[in-house]
Design a protein around this ligand. Structure first.
Ligand SMILES: Nc1ncnc2c1ncn2[C@@H]1O[C@H](COP(=O)(O)OP(=O)(O)O)[C@@H](O)[C@H]1O
Ligand SMILES: [Mg+2]
Length: 112
């Protein structure tokens, strides 16, 4: 299993999470964050306005998925989140050792 952590534009939240649900991702975590990448402090578009800030609002989506689904999900998220402008975000992939469903005690992929 892997954790896919996608940092995307706020305005892409609904489209990306809808696509993930349609793909068959049963669970996800969504956090409203602030951050910056390489272009710290330069002007970036946010909801049609120009911002010159150190930290720009973004959405972080975390999903734990089967190894076999990782590439497809990266393509799905990238395809929707990409505008080609600076600030499109990033995707980070982490190994996941185990998952435990507290209610039933199920472990591993069956608990995702
Ligand atoms: N190296 C990093 N470590 C942690 N978070 C990052 C990193 N790079 C980017 N981010 C997160 O992704 C968001 C969007 O990054 P982005 O501006 O698209 O990256 P870059 O400018 O490096 O191309 C940032 O606001 C930040 O929250
Ligand atoms: Mg940037």
């Amino acid at each position: 299993m892997k954790k896919i952590e996608a940092v995307i534009r706020v305005e892409k939240l609904e489209e990306v999470t809808d696509a993930l649900e349609k793909f068959g991702c049963p669970g996800m975590m969504v956090t409203h964050i602030e951050g910056h990448g390489r272009q710290k402090g330069i002007v970036e578009q946010f909801r049609g306005r120009e911002f010159k800030l150190n930290f720009i609002p973004k959405i972080k989506i975390e999903i734990i998925v089967k190894d076999a689904d990782v590439d497809k999900i990266i393509q799905l998220v990238s395809g929707i989140a990409k505008t080609g402008e600076i600030g499109d975000g990033k995707i980070f992939i982490y190994p996941v050792e185990n998952v435990i469903r507290i209610r039933t005690g199920e472990k591993g992929e069956g608990a995702v």
